[in-house]
Design a protein around this ligand. Structure first.
Ligand code: FEO
Length: 394
C-alpha cells in the first residue's frame, strides 16, 4: 500500500516485513516495518532506508511519488542495518556523489559497514538546513540506542523523525495512532523494555531537553511501526514513565524445570504471592521468549527466578534470561531465587549472586527443595510466596 502521504509533501516509502518472527533475538509475533520517509520540497530528501533485501521495494515505492534519481540527498538517522542495509543500493541507483547526511558517529559507523565510498556529510547537533518551504534541524541522540543515532526534526511542520525511538515492532494496515489506538501500547512497551531500558537515564535527559528547547512536536515518525499523529505526547509520556522505573506491586516468577519439581515450586510460590494481593505472573522460560519475559519484568517490583541445579550450576535457559535481563540494567527491583535440586543445589546461590550483581534488594536468600516437593514443601513454597508478596506490597 506504500507510498502513503502522511503529511503534506511527506511520504512513507518504507516496507512491511510481515513474516519476520525473530529480530536479532527479539520475538516479533506481529512482524515489523522498516519506515523510510520521503520529503518532496524544493529539495527531495530521503530519511533512512530499509533492510537490504527490501531495497528495490522501497525504490519502487519512491518511484510512485518521484523519480528516485531526483532525490537530492539522503539523511541517515541510524546506522543499524535494518535502516541502512539498502543504502548502498539506493546510492548506486540515485548517484553515489549525492550527499548522505549523518551524525559524526554515523559517518564513522556507516564507513565501517560499507565498502562503497559515499559522500558522507556529517552534521552538527542543532544544525539547521532549509530544503525549500521547510527547515530541518538535526538532533544528536547518542546511545539512543547506538552511538550514531540522531533525530531529524522538521521545524516547519513539527514532524520528528525519531529513528528507533518511539517505535514498535508491528506490521499492520493501521499506520497511525488514531487508527490503532491503545492496542499499539503493548508493542511500544515491549520495544522500550528490550531496546531502550538500558538507556533510561538518557531518555529522561532527552525529554527534559525537548521541553527546554520548546520543540513543537505535532507528529512523530519512528523507523518501526505506527506514526504518532493524534497524540505524540502519549508516547513521550509513556517513555518518561517507563524510564523512571517506578515498579508496580507486581512479581514475575521466571523459571525453568527438568522434572516439573521447580515448576511445582513456581506455581505454589505464585499462589502465595497472589494471596497477598500483589500481582504475579509465573513464566516458564521454554514456553515463552526472553523478550516477552523482559516486557513483563519492565514494571515488576520483584524478579523471582527459579532453576533446577544441573551439573552443579543453573539451567542454561535460566542463565540466558539472567544474562539478558542484567544487560538491560533494570533498576529499583527486589529479587529472590528458588529451585529443586538432587544433591549439590548450587542454582539458588548462583541466581542470588546474579540478582545482587543487578543491584536488586534480596527479599530472602532463597528456597531450595530436594528432589520432588511433598505437601510440606509445597506449603513452604506458599509461605515463601507470601513473604515475597508482603515485600512487593511494601
Ligand atoms: Fe531499528 Fe537500531 O535499528
Amino acid at each position: 500500500m506504500e507510498p502513503v502521504e502522511i503529511a503534506k509533501g511527506v511520504y512513507h516509502v518504507g516496507v512491511k516485513d510481515w513474516n519476520i518472527r525473530d529480530f536479532h533475538g527479539y520475538s516479533t509475533e506481529c512482524g515489523t516495518t522498516y519506515n523510510a520517509y520521503l520529503i518532496v520540497d524544493e529539495k527531495v530528501v530521503l530519511i533512512d532506508t530499509v533492510k537490504k533485501e527490501f531495497a528495490d521495494q522501497m525504490l519502487s515505492n519512491i518511484s510512485e511519488v518521484v523519480d528516485p534519481k531526483k532525490i537530492d540527498f539522503v539523511i541517515s538517522n541510524h546506522t543499524e542495518m535494518d535502516h541502512s542495509g539498502a543504502l548502498p543500493r539506493v546510492m548506486h541507483y540515485i548517484g553515489e556523489d549525492k550527499p548522505v547526511l549523518c551524525s559524526k558517529m554515523g559517518h564513522k559507523n556507516l564507513s565501517a559497514h560499507f565498502d562503497q565510498k559515499l559522500n558522507y556529510r556529517p552534521v552538527e547537533n542543532g544544525e539547521e538546513l532549509s530544503i525549500g518551504s521547510r527547515k530541518l534541524v538535526f538532533l544528536e541522540t547518542r546511545m539512543l540506542h547506538w552511538p550514531d543515532s540522531m533525530f531529524t526534526f522538521d521545524k516547519t511542520e513539527g514532524i520528528l523523525f525519531s529513528s528507533d525511538a518511539f517505535g514498535q515492532h508491528y506490521a499492520g494496515y493501521e499506520m497511525f495512532d488514531d487508527v490503532i489506538d491503545n492496542a499499539i501500547m503493548p508493542h511500544a512497551k515491549k520495544y522500550f523494555a528490550n531496546i531502550l531500558l538500558l538507556y533510561a537515564p538518557k531518555i529522561l535527559k532527552l525529554a527534559e531537553q525537548i521541553t527546554e528547547m520548546g520543540l513543537d512536536i505535532r507528529m512523530i515518525c519512528p523507523d518501526h511501526g505506527i506514526i504518532w499523529r493524534k497524540d505524540p505526547a502519549k508516547i513521550i509520556n509513556a517513555y518518561v514513565t517507563w524510564s523512571k522505573q517506578i515498579p508496580l506491586n507486581k512479581a514475575v516468577v521466571v523459571y525453568d524445570t527438568m522434572w516439573k519439581s521447580t515448576r511445582k515450586m513456581a506455581e505454589a510460590i505464585s499462589d502465595g504471592i497472589a494471596e497477598t494481593g500483589a500481582a504475579v505472573r509465573p513464566i516458564h522460560i521454554r514456553s515463552s521468549d526472553r523478550s516477552n519475559i523482559m516486557t513483563e519484568l519492565l514494571d515488576a517490583r520483584a524478579m523471582v527466578f527459579g532453576s533446577p541445579t544441573i551439573n552443579n550450576t543453573i539451567f542454561p535457559t535460566v542463565a540466558d534470561v539472567l544474562t539478558y535481563v542484567k544487560g538491560l540494567r533494570p533498576k529499583n527491583r527486589m529479587g529472590t531465587a528458588f529451585g529443586s535440586y538432587g544433591w549439590s543445589g548450587e542454582a539458588v546461590k548462583i541466581i542470588r549472586e546474579e540478582l545482587e550483581a543487578m543491584g536488586a534488594e534480596i527479599i530472602d536468600p532463597g528456597l531450595r527443595i530436594q528432589y520432588v516437593p511433598d505437601t510440606g514443601a509445597v506449603a513452604q513454597c506458599v509461605d515463601f510466596g507470601r513473604k515475597i508478596g508482603a515485600a512487593v506490597n511494601g
